[in-house]
Design a binder for this molecule. Sequence first.
Ligand SMILES: C[S@@+](CC[C@H](N)C(=O)[O-])C[C@H]1O[C@@H](n2cnc3c(N)ncnc32)[C@H](O)[C@@H]1O
Length: 279
Amino acid sequence: MNGQFAEEEWKLLLDLVSREFGLVFQDSRRRHLESRLLPRLRALGLESFGAYYRYLARHPERGAELRELARIVTNNETYFFREAHHFDLLVQQVVPQLSTHSRPGLLRVLSAGCSSGDEAYSIVIALQGALVDRTGLDWQIDACDLNSARIAQAREGLYEAGSLRACDELGRSAHFSAQGDRFRLRPEHRKGTSFFEANLAVAGLDLPGAPYHVIFCRNVLIYFSEEAFHRTLSHFHRTLVAGGYLFLGHAESLIGRRNDFQPVRLCNSIVYRKQDKNP
Ligand SMILES: C[S@@+](CC[C@H](N)C(=O)[O-])C[C@H]1O[C@@H](n2cnc3c(N)ncnc32)[C@H](O)[C@@H]1O
């Protein structure tokens, strides 16, 4: 195939990925992405990225294939208690403030881009560790991701050792039971969790548990186009209660970028807050 033609077809495919999922890829990731896509092209009997693009654009099964594509192109790296200080901030600073301030009987949290559920379950373990349920506060943790395979794994609650890399020996045995060379989350840590597929980058996203008191969206926005970044932030702003909190990953910052959140310093970390009704 003519090199320039192949280049144009590749670009069409990347544009479709960005339009559908909000994801953008650096040129340096191209080889890696191609090697992940090629087995799928072979399975469909397609000979070029252009043919795959046309399949995704027009085939009657395009909906199912887009879900397949999302499973291939997303980076799902995660583990329990990643950026562990965020879970301490949640239970030590945010929950007490919310409880005295807006008095939620039910704390509603969204883990957006939850991958295999490690973040959502870490929230439950942190809330249980701080005995939050004994204060009369209950919780609902909604957790969503674009990748259907990761949502299935989150629902199953079965993990490789690498997912527990930030847990010490005590944490491992307290929160998991060994199953062969894998680890099953103990059933009590599923309390209040609900996992579902959702695409954060679409317009008019409807989130079932909104309004939320807290949103965790860590290590997701770094992969987004400018347009998807702003659209997702506006979903979060719309679906947070006044005074609600947004936690982002350490490599993600809203400072210097257009947005409606206020940065707040909590114990040397920056989190973001929706303007309170009564500042
Ligand atoms: C690197 S993981 C981060 C997981 C977790 N939040 C953490 O910090 O450990 C990024 C997750 O975002 C998800 N994701 C990417 N694009 C998405 C989109 N448009 N809508 C929903 N989830 C998306 C991916 O499938 C992936 O599971």
